[in-house]
Design a protein around this ligand. Structure first.
Ligand code: AMP
Ligand code: ZN
Length: 506
C-alpha cells in the first residue's frame, strides 16, 4: 500500500500515467511563470499552488526535486496571434515607467504571494531577459529547417514537425483558422520566434540578432530556459489549462525541431514526459480581470481579513483538474475549516506538552518513507487514515480526499487514545504535502483585521471585558448596550461560538 506508484494525468495522452523518472530517483519539473506586467490575480496563484502540491508530492514520494519557475519579462504579447503588443512595453508606457522597474516591482509582488501561500521556493527562478543569447542560439539551430523570415521577424513553420497541435487536440487548419494570421504567414498557426522591431520604432527591450534588432517570442523562452536548466527531455511541464491550447503546443514544436523531430506518439519527444495543466479558478463577479479596478489579487483578500492560507485551502478543496468557482462565502468557509484544524493542532500540542513529552512538536522534512518508519504508521487506529492519505495523493494528487484523511486524524474522537505525539507526527507528515503550515499557525494568526476596520482590537477587548463584568453582575441591560455599541462599529459578538471566537468584524 505505501508504495502505490504515483499516477499523474498527462494532457498529451489524456491518460493517467505512472510517473517514471527519466533520471532515476530525480524529478525535474518546469512551471510556466507569470508575465510580470501587473500583479498576479488569485487565479494565476492557483497555478502555482498546484505546481507546489505536485513538487511537494514528488519530494514526499522520495524523489530529489529540481523545480524551475520562470519569470516572463519580455515577449508575451497582448494577443496570441503575434499581432499584439508586448505586455510589458504597454504597461511601461501606460505608467510612464522603465520596463525594468515594472518587471522588478511585479516580480517582487509575485514572490510575496508565493511566500504568503506557503509555496516552496523553486531551485531556479530564471528571468527571460537573462537568456537572450541562448534563445538566439536555439533559434539559429532550427532556423534552416523549420523557420522562415517575414519583415516582422522570424516565424516557425508548424508544418515541419510531426503531430503539431496534438496537445491541444487542435482543429486542422482546414477546419478553421485557429489563430489569425500575420500577413505572409504560411499557416495560421505559425508563430514568431523573433519579432523584429519595425523601422522607425524603438522598444525599451530589444537586442541585436541575425534577424535584426528585436525581441524573442514568448514560446521560445520556455523551451530555452527549461532545456538549459533541466536538460531536454525532462520529467514534467506544468501550466494553466489555457497554455494547453497555444503556448505549450508551440513549445513542443520548437523542442521537436531542436531534438530531431520525433513523433509525439512517444510523448518524451515533446521535450517533457508529462504535461500537466490546472483548471481555472472562475469568478462570476468579473473581478478577476486585471483591467477592472479592484481586481482579485491575494492582497485584496488579506485586506478584507482572510488569511492567505485560507485561499490555499480553498484551492486544495478542489481537484486541480476541476474548475473552481471563487466566492467570498466559499473563502469564508475555507477559513473556518482552517481554524478548526488549527484549534485541533493546538489542543494536541497542549496534550503533548502535558504528557511531559518534549515541548517541540515533531517537524522536519517528512517523506512517505520516514512516515512508514515512524510509530505513527504502526498505530492501529491511525494507520487506515495514513494509508488513505497516501493513496489519495498518489492518485493524481487528489487533495480533496487527502484533506479528509488529515481531518480524521485531527478530529476523530476514536483517536483520542492514540498518543498526541504520534498524532502530531502524522499531521506534520501529511501537512508536508498539503503545505497549510498547521504546526506553525496559531488561532491568533488567522484573525486578520480588515484594513477598513476602524475600531482598535484593544478597545474591542476592553468593551468585551466590561460586558463580562456586567453579565456577571446580572446587569443584562448594560451588557446588551455594550453589544449594540460594538455592533454599530461593525463588531459582531459571538456568544457560544463552537470555535471559541468571541468576536468578529462583520
Ligand atoms: P500569466 O501571467 O498570464 O502567464 O499566467 C500565469 C499562470 O496562471 C499560467 O499558468 C496561466 O495558465 C494561469 N492562469 C491564468 N488564469 C488562471 C485562472 N483563472 N485560474 C487558474 N490559472 C490561471
Ligand atoms: Zn511557458
Amino acid at each position: 500500500m505505501p508504495d502505490t506508484p504515483l499516477r499523474l494525468f498527462n494532457s498529451l495522452t489524456r491518460e493517467l500515467e505512472t510517473f517514471t523518472p527519466i533520471h532515476p530517483g530525480e524529478a525535474r519539473v518546469y512551471t510556466c511563470g507569470p508575465t510580470v506586467y501587473n500583479y498576479p490575480h488569485i487565479g494565476n496563484m492557483r497555478a502555482y499552488v498546484f505546481a507546489d502540491l505536485l513538487g511537494r508530492t514528488l519530494s514526499w514520494k522520495g524523489y530529489k526535486l529540481t523545480h524551475v519557475i520562470n519569470i516572463t519579462d519580455v515577449g508575451h504579447l497582448t494577443d496570441d496571434a503575434d499581432a499584439g503588443e508586448d505586455k510589458l512595453e504597454k504597461a511601461a508606457r501606460a505608467n510612464a515607467q522603465s520596463i525594468w522597474d515594472i518587471a522588478r516591482h511585479y516580480t517582487e509582488a509575485f514572490r510575496a504571494d508565493v511566500k504568503a501561500l506557503n509555496i516552496r521556493e523553486p531551485a531556479h527562478w530564471p528571468i527571460a531577459t537573462d537568456y537572450i543569447e541562448p534563445m538566439i542560439a536555439f533559434a539559429r539551430s532550427i532556423e534552416a529547417k523549420h523557420c522562415y523570415r517575414l519583415d516582422s521577424g522570424l516565424y516557425f513553420d508548424t508544418s515541419t514537425v510531426p503531430d503539431y497541435g496534438r496537445l491541444a487536440r487542435a482543429q486542422t487548419e482546414a477546419g478553421e483558422g485557429r489563430i489569425e494570421a500575420v500577413a505572409g504567414k504560411r499557416h495560421a498557426a505559425d508563430f514568431a520566434i523573433w519579432r523584429t522591431t519595425p523601422p522607425g520604432e524603438t522598444r525599451q527591450m530589444e537586442w541585436d540578432s541575425p534577424w535584426g534588432r528585436g525581441a524573442p517570442g514568448w514560446h521560445l523562452e520556455c523551451s530555452v530556459m527549461s532545456g538549459k536548466l533541466l536538460g531536454l527531455p525532462f520529467d514534467i511541464h506544468t501550466g494553466g489549462i489555457d497554455h494547453r491550447e497555444i503556448h505549450h503546443p508551440n513549445e513542443i514544436a520548437q523542442n521537436q525541431a531542436f531534438c530531431g523531430c520525433g513523433s509525439l506518439t512517444n510523448p518524451v519527444n515533446s521535450g517533457a514526459r508529462i504535461w500537466m495543466h490546472n483548471n481555472f479558478l472562475v469568478d462570476r463577479t468579473g473581478k478577476m480581470s486585471k483591467s477592472s479596478g479592484e481586481f482579485l489579487r491575494l492582497q485584496l483578500l488579506i485586506d478584507k481579513g482572510y488569511h492567505p492560507l485560507a485561499y490555499r485551502l480553498m484551492c486544495l478543496q478542489a481537484h486541480y483538474r476541476s474548475e473552481l468557482e471563487f466566492s467570498r462565502e466559499g473563502l469564508g468557509a475555507a477559513l473556518t475549516r482552517l481554524k478548526r484544524m488549527v484549534i485541533a493542532v493546538e489542543a494536541l500540542k497542549r496534550r503533548h506538552v502535558d504528557a511531559g513529552s518534549a515541548a517541540i512538536a515533531p517537524r522536519g522534512e517528512w517523506t512517505l518513507e520516514s512516515l512508514t518508519a515512524h510509530p505513527a504508521w504502526e498505530d492501529r487506529l491511525l494507520r487506515p487514515h495514513l494509508e488513505a492519505f497516501a493513496e489519495a495523493v498518489a492518485d493524481d494528487l487528489t487533495s480533496p480526499k487527502a484533506l479528509l484523511s488529515l481531518e480524521s486524524v485531527l478530529h476523530a474522537k476514536a483517536l483520542n487514545s492514540a498518543a498526541p505525539s504520534v498524532r502530531l507526527a502524522a499531521v506534520a507528515a501529511m501537512d508536508q504535502v498539503l503545505g497549510l503550515g498547521l504546526l506553525d499557525l496559531s488561532r491568533a494568526d488567522l484573525r486578520l483585521r480588515p484594513v477598513s476596520a476602524t475600531i482598535a482590537e484593544t478597545e474591542i477587548e476592553a468593551a468585551l471585558a466590561r460586558r463580562k463584568e456586567a453579565r456577571a453582575a446580572r446587569d443584562f441591560a448594560a451588557a446588551d448596550a455594550i453589544r449594540d455599541e460594538l455592533a454599530a462599529q461593525g463588531v459582531e459578538v459571538m456568544d457560544g461560538d463552537p470555535l471559541g471566537w468571541e468576536w468578529r468584524l462583520g
